[in-house]
Write a protein that binds this ligand. Structure first.
Ligand SMILES: *Cc1c(COP(=O)(O)O)cnc(C)c1O
Ligand SMILES: [Zn+2]
Length: 422
């Protein structure tokens, strides 16, 4: 990998196509469009085959030619290649032929899909010579950046809305990063980070390193196709915050097609947001191109609570082009979704996973996903980080003394709850 001729050639404006060298740039100076990584796909095709990929370690770096790095990665050696689990119980309960769960709730090291984007961003940060990195985060990115910057030996400043879940705050502080709670919404945190980047020579992963960072999301798409035996599903449901992941999954599928690693197959890409903050889904349902920002997000789904999504426009395009839909379940449906997924498949997802499950139920109900289809659910975060969302559903468990008699009394009392086999 060291000294390998780079397969990425620089940056390119998504709007006007103007090309830029591979530097710390993120907006086009002509049209203010976002910059994206540009690749030499012919060169990639001459170096990368499915068997080369399959001969490599089981991490996201098995697709490294399709990522914007020139030197060896500095983080994420165990990130990615999370399980793609066949969901037999869900298939039975919902009457759908094939359901798979892409389970980034167990991604290494911080149990969310954000470990993918941070692995790429920190590798770029090192290549550009930054000694300090940072981010604006709704929680999972904070965890991933804190842990991985500790591992990579970088200092970090992490700015979050002050009202995040305790697990996500402690789960960042533990790594020794500087964590700053901002009294405001994510959008206000993000704006502040933009100003910080203007003042200090730091690499903020989702601001001035954003073109590099965002490419890490593609690996979730590559893995899904590879783990399905190099094929694409009929449907995929993706949770949306800023709208980056969903657009990058589309890009990943397109690249695999272009490299002829998968054969042409239409995938309906559906987007999921929480009812209390669903600017992208609202625009979809209202059949408009314009995304009206949500000023005050009001939902338990804090990881997706971005009122003014940076990539909302591209997320809309992705969904519409694919023939997909959007859903925005209520907080009640989110909690039901978390429980349903846990009870059916033994997977405890965070609130964003409840949004995906709740959206799946709605799409199946509406006949948009039918019994003949194959479906992938993207579970992007771990339930232990948002347990306060579900604690209201449970009472403390019954307690007994350590005696068989007490145990039997309890069984008697609750015999209406259990069927005791003899
Ligand atoms: C960040 C995040 C997403 C998606 O984020 P985008 O900004 O749309 O790329 C999805 N799920 C979880 C749990 C997240 O933390
Ligand atoms: Zn431009």
């Amino acid at each position: 990998m060291t000294n390998q001729s780079a397969c990425f050639t620089g940056l390119k404006c998504r709007e006007c196509g103007k090309k830029y060298p591979a530097e710390v740039l993120y907006v086009c100076e002509y049209c203010f469009g976002p910059l994206e990584i540009d690749y030499d796909y012919e060169r990639i095709a001459s170096q990368l085959t499915r068997s080369v990929i399959q001969s490599r370690p089981l991490s996201m770096w098995r697709y490294r030619e399709l990522l914007p790095v020139r030197r060896d990665p500095v983080a994420g050696f165990h990130t990615g290649f999370t399980p793609l689990v066949r969901a037999h119980q869900l298939e039975k309960r919902l009457g759908v032929r094939e359901i798979w769960i892409k389970n980034d709730a167990v991604n290494y090291p911080t149990l969310s899909f954000k470990d993918r984007v941070v692995s790429v961003a920190l590798t770029s940060a090192k290549e550009f010579g930054f000694d300090t990195v940072g981010c604006a985060s709704t929680g999972n990115l904070a965890n991933a950046l804190a842990a991985q910057s500790a591992y990579a030996g970088l200092k970090s400043f992490i700015l979050i809305p002050a009202d995040l879940e305790e697990e996500k705050i402690i789960g960042s502080q533990i790594y020794g990063s500087t964590i700053i709670g901002v009294n405001g919404t994510y959008d206000q945190v993000n704006r502040l980070c933009g100003e910080i980047v203007g003042q200090y020579q730091w690499g903020f992963v989702n601001i001035n390193l954003r073109p590099y960072y965002a490419e890490g999301s593609k690996t979730m798409g590559y893995e899904i196709a590879e783990q399905l035996g190099w094929r694409l599903p009929d449907h995929i449901i993706v949770p949306m915050a800023g709208g980056s992941l969903i657009a990058k999954i589309e890009k990943a599928f397109k690249e695999l097609l272009c490299l002829q690693f998968v054969s042409e197959h239409p995938v309906k890409i559906h987007g999921a947001q929480a009812g209390g903050c669903s600017p992208i889904v609202n625009a979809l349902k209202e059949c408009t191109q314009f995304i009206t920002p949500v000023r005050k997000p009001d939902t338990i789904v804090k990881s997706l609570a971005i009122g003014d999504p940076a990539d909302g426009y591209y997320a809309l395009q992705t969904i519409r082009k694919s023939g997909g839909y959007g859903e925005n379940p209520t907080d009640e449906e989110v909690i039901d979704g978390i429980k349903f997924l846990a009870e059916c498949e033994g997977i405890f997802a965070e609130t964003a996973g409840g949004v995906v499950m709740g959206s799946a139920l709605r799409l199946i109900d509406k006949g948009i996903i039918t019994s003949k289809d194959s479906l992938v659910l993207c579970i992007t975060g771990n339930g232990l980080k948002t347990k306060e969302a579900v604690t209201s559903r449970f009472k403390a468990p019954e307690t007994i003394s350590p005696s068989l008699k007490d145990f039997e009394k309890l069984l008697d009392r609750s015999s209406h709850l259990y069927t005791v086999g003899v």
